[in-house]
Design a protein around this ligand. Structure first.
Ligand SMILES: C[S@@+](CC[C@H](N)C(=O)[O-])C[C@H]1O[C@@H](n2cnc3c(N)ncnc32)[C@H](O)[C@@H]1O
Length: 415
């Protein structure tokens, strides 16, 4: 099916009388993409996930009526209500560097194809804008072939694609770089072609990717990473009393300390010598067949992961005034690091909550992208400043390229 076949009539704006846009949240998990959307005035009309624990957490925190627990393979396009935005954090298991790298042919990440099947079935009423999220490893999965085929498929459905890297650490003290594909049935005007500018949001590999694939319909909207005063872990750690049973006992603490390399030992000694208490996170790794703990240098948490195995869990190290205490990170701290500090965690175990949050998105990071890109796309109020993709070697170092477009919106030509 070609792009014209799927594009809604005149690419209709489906905002209701109050001006509210409506979204479907695919692979909704605990529903943090929806939190970001609602914060920007976009309502979630339908959400889907297969996992019963995530369903429980979703329903405890969001409108339970919109959630449908099912395998996406059972979802039909005609079951999706009127929406103008679809979001999808499709599974990263097969594209992540820590996974099996089966890519989009894998059983989990291959659910991307199911998502596009549903969009295709929404023939004529497909959402005008899509927002997909995955790990950075997606860009190199199968040597870039997976990203290429994903763009090709989305192009075929009528979407012109952009790719943006957003790191949660620009918003909260958690290192969590993620790729976002923003697709639009109404592409930005190619006439306003200027240059793909390198930035933290558009790494060099992306301009190379675009240059290697002139057959793909891509667009690049000028975005500048935010510079916010995020603060460190002290803003998110729970102040647990000395008597709390979560603090590790003597044996476990000693095993932690004994596993440290010289660098890590020196790092901890410096922190312990401070008069004031500070916090660091630590991950367990295996080095030369032996489990060791590594303490982060900065006051930022490592990327939260699903708490399936011990190595995915982070420890919180509290040091200062001559003392050290260690414990596992709590589910509440997971929620805070994902920008959902007040999330109701009741009804599931601590491990289940951590499993849900390890997989989730960081709310303020998604909200920023929605406010600065997705919502303006939905409302067709992009500023008259564009960048469009060009081959490598022509990458501009200027971030101020300005081109006035005669017409804001253009039609795709190579669908
Ligand atoms: C990366 S997580 C998305 C997390 C979500 N954005 C959040 O904020 O919690 C991917 C989700 O896809 C779901 N999933 C995996 N396979 C699925 C399938 N076949 N059908 C529906 N959902 C599926 C998982 O349960 C998981 O919640």
């Amino acid at each position: 099916m070609g792009a014209d076949a799927i594009r809604p009539k005149e690419s209709a704006n489906r905002a209701d009388v109050s001006g509210t846009h409506h979204a479907a949240e695919f692979f909704a998990g605990v529903g943090l993409v929806g939190d970001a959307l609602r914060a920007e005035g976009i309502s979630v009309a339908w959400a889907n996930d297969i996992d019963p624990v995530k369903e429980r957490l979703f329903k405890a925190n969001h409108d339970p009526q919109v959630f449908r627990r099912d395998d996406i393979r059972n979802v039909k396009g005609r079951q999706i209500p009127d929406i103008d935005l679809a979001t999808a954090s499709f599974p990263c298991t097969d594209v992540s560097l820590a996974g099996n790298r089966a890519g989009l042919a894998g059983e989990q990440s291959g659910m991307f194809w199911e998502l596009t099947r549903v969009l295709e079935e929404m023939d004529g009423v497909a959402p005008r804008v899509i927002l997909l999220e995955n790990v950075v490893g997606f860009s190199s999965s199968n040597g870039g072939e997976d990203l290429r085929s994903a763009f090709e498929r989305l192009n075929h459905l009528g979407y012109t694609c952009d790719l943006v890297l957003v790191d949660a650490k620009w918003f909260v003290p958690q290192s969590r770089p993620r790729l976002f594909i923003v697709g639009s049935l109404d592409p930005l005007n190619g006439e306003a072609a200027s240059l793909l500018t390198k930035s933290a949001m558009r790494p060099a590999w992306y301009s190379e990717f675009v240059g290697r694939h002139p057959e793909l319909r891509t667009q690049t909207f000028a975005l500048t990473p935010p510079h916010l005063d995020v603060g460190g872990l002290d803003a998110i750690v729970e102040r647990l009393p000395f008597s709390d049973e979560c603090w590790w006992g003597e044996d476990r603490t000693r095993a932690f300390l004994n596993s440290l390399s010289e660098i890590n030992r020196d790092r901890l000694a410096c922190l312990t010598a401070y008069d004031e208490v500070t916090w660091r996170t630590a991950y367990r790794r295996t080095r030369q067949g032996r489990p060791v703990w590594e303490i982060r240098r900065d006051a930022v948490s490592g990327c939260l992961r699903t708490a399936r195995g011990g190595s995915s869990k982070q420890a919180v190290v509290e040091a200062g005034a001559g003392g050290v205490r260690i414990r596992w990170m709590t589910a509440r701290e997971y929620a805070r690091l994902q920008g959902a500090p007040d999330f109701d965690l009741g009804g599931v175990s601590e491990t289940q909550a951590m499993f849900g949050f390890g997989d989730a998105v960081c709310v303020p990071a998604v909200r920023w992208l929605v406010a600065n890109y997705v919502r303006p796309l939905l409302e067709r109020r992009m500023p008259e400043r564009y960048e469009s993709c060009q081959a490598p070697g022509t990458v501009s170092t200027s971030s101020t390229t300005t081109t006035k477009s005669r017409s804001t919106w253009a039609r795709p030509t190579n669908a």
